[in-house]
Design a protein around this ligand. Structure first.
Ligand SMILES: *Cc1c(COP(=O)(O)O)cnc(C)c1O
Length: 718
């Protein structure tokens, strides 16, 4: 929304637009209720986009709502809650760290997944960043996110009759997005410049509000810029190496400059993945300008920078040939002058194909602390970057871990919010990272919890069927594709979900290793099982697209009797239905390539137990009774052998444990054993793998000590 004030709101509802443009609404049921109730048809038609709703809604509908007492009451409650949230009084942060008031933390990320109405993310990294910022808002942590506004960030996925993924890029209509121009302290729209090669590129800055937190998004699409520079921020991870390094310069250098222009002076810089490593360059420059030597500047930066790494494979880390770095940083050195080579040395790293400028190496060498995103990933990272610390034994290498978590209010189903309020206490959300609170789950009557689980599965099928109907009526796809979209799924059958990026290491076809055996499991009389797949492949990843195609062909195959479905165009919206509505969440990556994974946490929190390889978060999350661990007992480079063993282990679990537990019912048709598993999944996963636990850990172990050091320094300086 660009704030041109075209919308004529009734006086009684004059803050409706303000509510729509603050994504805080998206995780507060009382605020969601306002828009759902305002116009339910539009709410659904816009995939829950209130900004767009307000553009489309007939004025008399608004007038009517303003007259309706019940609606006005809901509206008033939501506005009061929003004001309360923004006021930032009496938050966890303010209570726990009073001396740090007035400080802030900058959180840099190339993507943020906040809501489907702001498609500036590709996958898990973005979801993590979005959840981190929302939780920071809830806790009152003064976090400022910095990222990119990609007008064509996210592509829509279409799957052809042959199962081939096709992409369409839809230009985001900025009037439909929850963004506003970011203003400088004197009230002007912020524009800043970033040096790229021998030219200067201008950046506009957008602001996203999340209650107490905010995110600034950088945008090169300004008329003053050359056409190719205007396109720089068009797509996430778009184009070739040259585009990529320029995007990263814009994010790192431009981000630090934008913060300054906006009057922010963060005490901590958190780099979420290596993409933002050039933050370090701009900060060294600034410090040298203020009289520091290179070494003093680097020392200061180490005290105030932390780096989170997410990639357990060497090739997954961004690295550039030095000539590219020199070319595009030509105008960026400024006061660095003769220390240029020292900066370049910070990034030098040879991961097997000669020395390159490696963004992860830069970030590790300039951050005071580096963290991996699960315990296992911590071990893998320390081993992988061994050449960086040739003299240090593994346990002394400076990489710790903070396991990921998910934002509970965002991912929890509405019906469970109410059920937990009834049995855990009306204030359960306030205390949701307290493991003791979750003991209360054991007291929920099985039949009540089962009724909610059944209802959530049915919501999923309503959604799946509606999408299939749309493809049939609007796009006239053939009948096999209507079947593949999930039309024949049964609302009461055991439903396995598998939704994530289609890429080799996630082994999307593992469950089809022995098609006949799987067909027997799916088609068993009286105990049907079905699998719902969703996920995109990176547009440039043909291998991933072949994986997707092979899965899609299974959805078309009568052998599986319409019990394998593929839901297209996976995004946050689809993810919500899947993680809440399936019965089991399947995850079978090739260990140890899944750094953490988060979709399984979202599922478990909703009472959907995890059926997973012991990789990423599940290596520490599985306790023997809260789900299942797939372990074929083989590892190593013979992938065929490993895959066969893992597939066998998966079939055995399905045949002997999962299916019997689900279909074993008591006299009143309640699956007692199943509900015990559901309860264990919720009880053990919800507190520990919440973004609340995660953000508090970042604060306690990293942000607060860094900020406290800064406060001390400031007082000494005076
Ligand atoms: C949670 C989520 C992911 C990440 O899932 P993984 O388990 O890490 O693969 C990716 N995309 C969307 C849309 C999500 O909601």
């Amino acid at each position: 929304m660009t704030g041109d004030g075209l919308l004529a709101l009734p006086e009684r509802l004059h803050r409706l637009e303000e509510l729509a443009v603050d994504l805080w609404w998206s995780w507060h049921p009382e605020a969601r209720a306002v828009f759902r109730r305002l116009d339910y048809t539009l709410w659904r038609a816009t995939a829950h986009n209130p900004v767009r709703m307000l553009r489309l809604i007939p004025p008399d509908k608004l007038q009517e709502a303003a007259q309706e007492r019940a609606f006005v009451e809901i509206y008033d409650r939501a506005i009061a809650a929003l004001d309360d949230a923004r006021a930032a009084r009496n938050t966890w942060w303010s209570r726990t760290f009073p001396p740090l008031s007035g400080q802030s933390i900058a959180y840099f990320s190339a993507e943020f997944a906040l809501h489907q109405s702001l498609p500036i993310y590709a996958g898990g990294l973005g979801v993590l960043a979005g959840d981190h910022c929302k939780e920071a808002s809830d806790l009152g942590v003064p976090l400022i996110g910095i990222g990119f506004m990609y007008p064509q960030g996210y592509f829509h996925q279409h799957v052809s009759a042959e199962g081939w993924q096709e992409e369409s890029y839809e230009r985001l209509d900025w009037n439909d997005a929850p963004i506003e121009p970011a203003l400088t302290p004197d009230g002007k729209p912020c524009v800043t410049a970033v040096p790229l090669g021998d030219r200067s590129v201008l950046l506009a800055v957008w602001r996203v509000r999340l209650g107490r937190a905010k995110i600034y998004l950088l945008d090169t699409d300004l008329e003053e810029n050359a056409p190719w520079d205007r396109e720089l921020s068009a797509r996430l991870y778009g184009g070739d190496r040259e585009t990529r390094i320029q995007q990263e310069i814009v994010l790192g250098i431009g981000g630090v400059r934008a913060l300054k222009a906006l009057g922010s002076d963060p005490g901590v810089f958190h780099l979420n993945e290596g993409h933002a490593g050039f933050v370090v360059l701009q900060r060294i420059r600034d410090l040298i300008e203020h009289g520091s030597s290179f070494d003093e500047a680097l020392e200061e930066i180490r005290h105030s920078t932390l780096f989170t790494t997410h990639t357990p494979v060497p090739a997954g880390h961004d690295a550039f040939p030095f000539h590219l770095v020199e070319k595009h940083l030509a105008g960026a050195w400024g006061t660095l002058g003769s220390n240029r080579d020292r900066f370049l040395a910070l990034g030098a790293y040879d991961n097997g194909s000669g020395s390159q400028f490696n963004m992860t190496a830069l970030a590790i060498r300039s951050a005071g602390v580096t963290n991996a995103v699960s315990r296992l990933h911590g071990q893998v990272t320390r081993a992988m970057f061994e050449p960086m610390w040739p003299d240090l034994p593994e346990d002394e290498r400076p990489v710790t871990s903070i396991t990921n978590g998910v934002h509970v209010p965002t991912w929890i189903a509405g019906e469970l919010v109410e059920l937990f309020a009834k049995y855990l206490g009306a204030d359960w959300l306030e205390r949701h990272d307290d493991p003791a609170l979750w003991e209360g789950v054991l007291a929920i009557p099985d039949a009540e919890l089962w009724a909610v689980r059944q209802s959530l599965r049915r919501h999923l099928f309503t959604f799946v069927r509606e999408r299939a109907r749309q493809r049939w009526t609007e796009e006239h796809v053939g009948i096999p594709r209507v079947v593949a979209a999930g039309t024949l799924l049964e609302p009461d059958a055991l439903t396995i979900g598998f939704a994530r990026r289609f890429t080799g290491y996630k082994r999307p076809e593992l469950v089809f290793t022995d098609g006949e055996r799987l067909a027997r499991i799916l088609n068993a009389a009286g105990r049907p099982v079905q699998i719902v797949f969703a996920g995109k492949s990176h547009p440039a990843d043909d291998i991933g697209k072949h994986h997707l195609q092979r899965v899609y062909k299974r959805a078309l195959d009568p052998l599986f009797a319409g019990r394998v479905a593929f839901v297209d165009d996976y995004d946050l919206h689809v993810a919500h239905f899947l993680v809440q509505g399936c019965d089991v969440w399947l995850n079978n990556p090739r260990k140890p390539l899944e750094a953490s994974g988060t979709s399984g946490m979202k599922a478990a929190l909703n009472g959907v137990p995890h059926l997973s390889i012991g990789d990423g978060w599940w290596a520490e999350g599985f306790d023997g009774s809260n789900g299942w661990m797939i372990d074929g007992g083989k590892s190593g480079e013979n992938f065929d052998e490993v895959d066969r063993a893992d597939a066998n282990a998966l079939y055995r679990l399905l045949e002997e444990d999962v299916v019997p537990a689900f279909y074993d019912r008591d006299a009143s048709s309640v699956p007692r054993r199943w509900i015990a598993l559901v309860k264990e999944a919720i009880r053990t996963v919800a507190p520990r793998f919440s973004a609340r636990r995660m953000v508090k850990e970042y604060v306690d172990r990293m942000y607060a000590p860094a900020l406290a050091g800064r406060s001390r320094q400031l007082t000494i300086d005076k």
